[in-house]
Design a protein around this ligand. Structure first.
Ligand SMILES: Nc1ncnc2c1ncn2[C@@H]1O[C@H](COP(=O)(O)OP(=O)(O)OP(=O)(O)O)[C@@H](O)[C@H]1O
Ligand SMILES: [Mg+2]
Length: 245
């Protein structure tokens, strides 16, 4: 089967600043002392691939590099080394808040996001009601997003994402802020994506989701791939460090 995502030897570091001056008076005593930077390796030589139509889970402790990896897949961050290839239309929805203008209401945000994603006016008109209906936010359509709760933002973002054509969908812990009934609706869309042969990469701390939906899962620890394989094999195997979930 063709690969939807290929990641080969990807590394990414960030610089952590360390101020040399702790007290305000030190700014005057040592005006030329510089801030020093420590290199933090968020991802180290990460290699894996996801097949077209696969439901692929990524999990691991806080700070292990999951969001950094997804941002690299989405083209938001550039890797320091290695190669990344995504075949097919990538959904822009990866985490809350990306792509929203909080000063505008839901109506305008739906229009802007759908237009940027390439929907024609006619397509948008046809799908606008469906987006609102799925999000169950009809009452709040004219309210500015800055006054939305995080769950409402997620409902809106997810509802838009699934109405825009995609082959590969990246989801970074988005369901965690949804209530039980909305999560159930999302799970129903997961089943539909499977039937339609979409590729989904799901980052989550919920091990039951990984077991329930994923064909394969990847465990990331300290920026390194510790294991890739069937959920039952990877999740239940003993690992270095404490597992999340
Ligand atoms: N823009 C950035 N600038 C500096 N450091 C960053 C940046 N983005 C991520 N990092 C660092 O990279 C490391 C991995 O962070 P990342 O957000 O990818 O972890 P995560 O696995 O998604 O964690 P969580 O489970 O808490 O969401 C962390 O040490 C973090 O501080
Ligand atoms: Mg994260």
């Amino acid at each position: 089967m063709a690969s939807a995502i290929e990641v080969a030897g990807v590394s990414k570091s960030f610089l952590i600043p360390h101020e040399q001056r702790t007290y305000f008076k030190e700014y005057f005593l040592h005006p030329f002392r510089r801030t020093q930077y420590e290199r933090n390796e968020a991802l180290r030589d990460v290699t894996f691939s996801v097949e077209a139509g696969e439901f692929f889970g990524i999990f691991g402790p806080n700070g292990s590099g999951k969001s950094t990896l997804l941002r690299i897949l989405a083209g938001i961050y550039v890797a320091d080394a290695g190669r990344v290839r995504v075949n097919g239309l990538l959904s822009p929805f990866i985490e809350l808040g990306v792509g929203f203008d909080l000063e505008l209401n839901a109506r305008d945000n739906i229009r802007i996001n759908a237009t940027l994603a390439g929907l024609t006016r006619r397509q948008l008109d046809a799908r606008f009601d469906e987006i609102l209906e799925f999000s169950e936010l009809e009452r709040f359509v004219d309210q500015k997003l800055k006054n939305y709760s995080s769950g409402m933002l997620m409902r809106l973002a997810y509802s838009i994402a699934i109405q825009i054509p995609f082959d590969v969908l990246l989801l970074d812990e988005v369901l965690a802020v949804g209530d039980e009934s909305f999560q159930q609706k999302c799970f129903a869309t997961f089943e539909r994506f499977k039937v339609e042969g979409k590729t989904v990469v799901l980052v989550t701390h919920q091990l039951d989701l990984l077991k329930g939906f994923c064909d394969r899962v990847l465990l990331l620890e300290h920026g390194v791939v510790s294991a890739v394989g069937a959920p039952a094999d990877v999740i239940d195997a003993p690992h270095e460090g404490a597992l999340v979930g």
